[in-house]
Design a protein around this ligand. Structure first.
Ligand code: 8Y4
Length: 277
């Protein structure tokens, strides 16, 4: 199972970017109450995203909205693990979005193909939890914590500081025995950045890829950086998000994390046809 991460990045995806569909399983996505209906929903949503062309799915059990409270590990496991077991029968690479070493460990045992840690594997025990496996690891930049990151984001040179953070974290992981080719990097759009910071990072994504030397994952979908320039509320940000995904791929992203899979896949197909002979 873990090997599907590398497969997702090679094969047909070596020339085409990977579209990773977002599957939120936070309680409000169990809006109809029961966990079972939630699982039914998760499975049908995953099948829909695969049919629409997603080759990876990101399963997240903890909301990371600015100011959101942290979820106890038992609760996060109770949300993530049933979904992971339900989805691992599908022909798709599975990414689990968590910062907790205990959740990482269980997710890997259950066959997760990638661990997606918005905290850059900085929690005590996080690197140990993922070391003895071969699953992919997404290393994301965040300034401060979800509780404080949007209070007053500040940088001297945001691109240089994000590059430096990623380089230091990659070296720390390699030092602790993590194979470098398991890692993809992510500037963390919206995690302790102003709109201007986010667009500077997007414009210089290729420099980030070159200077850190690893595949880039970009997650702009429906975020406030899209809303800020379109004036659209979250549910009306599809066109802006698709444009953001194209821009990210044009600037070197290998994986784009999106809500609107069908629209993004179609746009990337046309983009590819227009830019590759
Ligand atoms: C788990 N996760 C998230 S959650 C935040 C989010 O989607 N907010 C949001 C969603 C919809 C509307 C407004 C904001 N963003 C990233 C990312 O950019 N990269 C990686 N690797 N993982 C990520």
């Amino acid at each position: 199972q873990c090997g599907q991460y590398s497969f997702a990045l090679e094969g047909p995806s070596s020339t085409h970017p990977v579209v990773m569909g977002i599957l939120n399983i936070t309680p409000d996505s169990f809006s109809d109450g029961g966990r079972y209906q939630g699982l039914e929903f998760a499975l049908s949503r995953a099948e829909e995203m695969i049919a629409d062309g997603a080759t990876m799915i990101d399963i997240g059990g903890e909301s990371t909205r600015p100011g959101s409270p942290s979820v106890p590990v038992a609760e996060e496991l109770a949300r993530v693990m049933p979904a992971l077991y339900a989805l691992r029968t599908l022909d798709v690479a599975l990414s689990v979005d968590t910062c907790k070493p205990d959740v990482m460990r269980e997710a890997i045992i259950a066959g997760a193909d990638m661990i997606n840690d918005i905290n850059g594997f900085r929690a005590p025990g996080a690197i140990e939890a993922v070391r003895d496996s071969d699953c992919g690891l997404c290393l994301m930049h965040m300034q401060a914590t979800p509780q404080t990151m949007q209070l007053a984001p500040s940088y001297g040179d945001v691109v240089q500081e994000v590059i430096a953070f990623l380089q230091v974290r990659v070296e720390a992981m390699v030092e602790e025995g993590i194979a470098r080719e398991r890692i993809c990097i992510d500037p963390g759009f919206g995690f302790g950045k102003t709109v201007e910071h986010n667009y500077a990072l997007l414009r210089h994504l290729d420099r980030i890829r070159r200077e850190v030397g690893l595949p880039v994952l970009a997650g702009l979908s429906r975020k406030s950086m899209i809303g800020a320039v379109t004036g659209r509320p979250v549910e009306e940000r599809v066109a802006g998000s698709v444009a953001g995904a194209l821009a990210a791929v044009a600037h070197g992203a290998r994986i784009v994390r999106v809500h609107d899979v069908a629209e993004t896949v179609d746009a990337l197909k046309v983009w590819h046809a227009a830019n590759n002979d």
